[in-house]
Design a protein around this ligand. Structure first.
Ligand SMILES: [Zn+2]
Length: 570
């Protein structure tokens, strides 16, 4: 039974406070604890719903002064107080004697307990410092520009020129982009060494032998170990890297060069080629009306209920068109009081936009399914390792319906092209992901106390050569070795990245199941979505009829499957 807070204004702390005080004052017994959790959850839902509306407003119109004011009020007045209260509520729950969480509360209890255990007063100022230093990284990278034909271009603007069909242009632009980064090489090195020292200190203060073991708990990784990740890296090196090299050779041939050089690849996604072998880009839709209609047809075919969810979103919960003053990117957001899901993106007619709609659709349906089956807010969203299975699987599950004759948007030849792109993107990402992750495992556990930026460069270059030999960096040692400077996650959110690789392995298994029996695969997938975050990762994957896997056998089987499928589309 959900509790209502009809009179509550989430932006006014004085209206929230009495409810918080009541929660804190209540004497907890085994008998009343579930009802107490529901009231806490519902109070948090009121705040969360408000946050979603405000976030929506400021991304839909970054110049919306009123929304920005509300956001500031939230961050300055409400959040800090809410955080203190949350700590107290968690502590209160953890202190209940002889408490055994049940199936519904086991995951959230485990999470909260770990968070409490990590907490040490000493680390608060260091965490604040880290936040500021992280911002410095964004400032440096965000401030880079190049001069091109008497114009100053930001890096994303310059990157668009890497798709130019003239190799000389690409090379020149790439050179300038690298020089812009290398001009800050010392500063970035110094910044990172400082981050590293602070992270080591944080781990020490919290009583951990190294930062990796601290990060493991703080990222909520209860269901897999660092050793599992090492096995996964090896599996990718053995089973995926060779296929990735083949793909890089194939793509080089497609664009008419002997082998891919870095100026044929993206700066932000250096595993992906920038040059389209075709003169004309794929154009799945002309405007967002067409995109919505296509989404409706495709999702309905994956499952009528998904079509129903999407239909409900078309009633004011989609903002798909690109326009001035809109924030960049795309995301899905949920509203835990009204039970609505919302998709934001900047569609301009590209295949990438179409794929984004499929992806975010998967996130939205995950919320709808979990919301119907769960009643505590902490159970609505599963961990990243699985929520990305929900979204990536929807890309794959929807694939059969991308064809015009199946309700989609592409004629036969464009359809084949889109599928090829999908499969190539999947394969080539994994080795890069492994480099980013393996680099950090080494850095936080194996690197000596007095490790130097030169050591980091050497390690990155060594891993790059092992996992991504298909892109020819010869004669470009400094550019290759400083690749880690261009990966924001390494500076900002250490260890956060492998989630996408693990989810990809899950999504590929869902796709494998669907190739065999689409209807059954969708049914299993829905069952897993409905579980929200009430099960550990291996069980969530299991519900989707997939294994939460790291091993070379599973990875190898999926790569074999991709090879077979590719035969049909290449
Ligand atoms: Zn996603």
């Amino acid at each position: 039974m959900k509790y209502n807070y009809p009179e509550l204004d989430a932006l006014d702390w004085s209206s929230i406070k009495p409810h918080v005080d009541a929660l804190l004052a209540e004497e907890l017994t085994h008998g009343n604890i579930r009802a107490w959790l529901q009231r806490w959850s519902d109070l948090e839902s009121v705040l969360d719903e408000k946050v979603s509306w405000i976030h929506r407003a400021i991304t839909e119109n970054t110049a919306d002064e009123k929304a920005n004011e509300r956001f500031k009020k939230l961050v300055q007045d409400v959040y800090p107080q809410w955080q203190v209260v949350e700590q107290k509520l968690k502590a209160k729950w953890m202190l209940v004697e002889d408490y055994e969480p049940d199936e519904e509360t086991a995951q959230v209890y485990r999470r909260f307990k770990a968070e409490m255990d990590l907490f040490t007063e000493e680390n608060i100022p260091i965490q604040t410092e880290l936040q500021l230093r992280r911002k410095r990284y964004e400032e440096i990278i965000g401030g880079l520009s190049i001069e091109w034909k008497d114009e100053s271009l930001t890096i994303p603007q310059a990157e668009a020129l890497l798709g130019n069909r003239d190799r000389a242009v690409r090379k020149q632009v790439w050179r300038k982009i690298m020089d812009a980064h290398l001009a800050h090489r010392d500063e970035l090195n110094e910044l990172f060494m400082d981050l590293l020292a602070k992270r080591r200190q944080i781990a020490k203060n919290a009583g951990f032998p190294d930062y990796r073991s601290y990060a493991w708990i703080s990222r909520g990784r209860f269901d897999y170990t660092p050793e599992d990740c090492i096995i996964f890296h090896d599996a990718i090196e053995q089973k995926v890297a060779p296929l990735t090299s083949e793909m890089h050779r194939y793509l080089a041939g497609e664009i008419g060069v002997d082998r891919l050089r870095p100026w044929e690849t993206s700066i932000g996604s250096p595993w992906l080629p920038t040059v389209d072998p075709y003169e004309e880009p794929l154009q799945p839709f002309r405007d967002v009306v067409e995109l919505e209609e296509a989404g409706q047809r495709v999702f309905t075919q994956v499952h009528p209920d998904f079509g129903g969810y999407f239909q409900s979103m078309r009633d004011g919960f989609l903002d798909l068109a690109s326009r001035p003053n809109k924030a960049p990117g795309g995301y899905m957001n949920s509203f835990p009081i009204s039970g609505r899901a919302y998709i934001f993106m900047n569609a301009v007619g590209s295949h990438r936009n179409f794929r984004t709609l499929m992806h975010e659709g998967g996130h939205a349906f995950h919320f709808f399914e979990a919301f119907q089956h769960q009643s505590l807010i902490w159970n609505y969203h599963s961990p990243m390792e699985f929520s990305e299975v929900a979204s990536m699987s929807m890309e794959q599950l929807s694939m059969p319906y991308w064809r015009k004759e199946a309700g989609g948007v592409y004629d036969e030849s464009d359809y084949r092209r889109a599928v090829r792109e999908q499969l190539i993107g999947t394969i080539t990402f994994l080795p890069y992901m492994a480099v980013v992750d393996k680099f950090q495992h080494w850095l936080y556990t194996k690197a000596p106390e007095d490790v130097s930026p030169a050591d980091l460069d050497a390690k990155w270059a060594e891993l790059w050569d092992r996992f991504l030999p298909g892109i020819d960096y010869s004669g470009l040692d400094a550019e290759k070795a400083t690749g880690w400077h261009r990966k924001a996650h390494i500076f900002g959110v250490p260890f956060y990245y492998i989630e996408y690789g693990l989810a990809q392995i899950g999504a590929l298994q869902v796709w494998r199941n669907a190739l065999d029996d689409q209807e059954q695969a969708v049914a299993d997938y829905r069952r897993a979505l409905a579980a929200g975050y009430t099960k550990p990762l291996p069980e969530l994957f299991q519900l989707a009829n997939a294994r939460f896997a790291f091993d070379p056998e599973t990875v190898g089987e999926l790569m074999d499957l991709i090879r077979v499928e590719m035969e049909k589309y290449f």
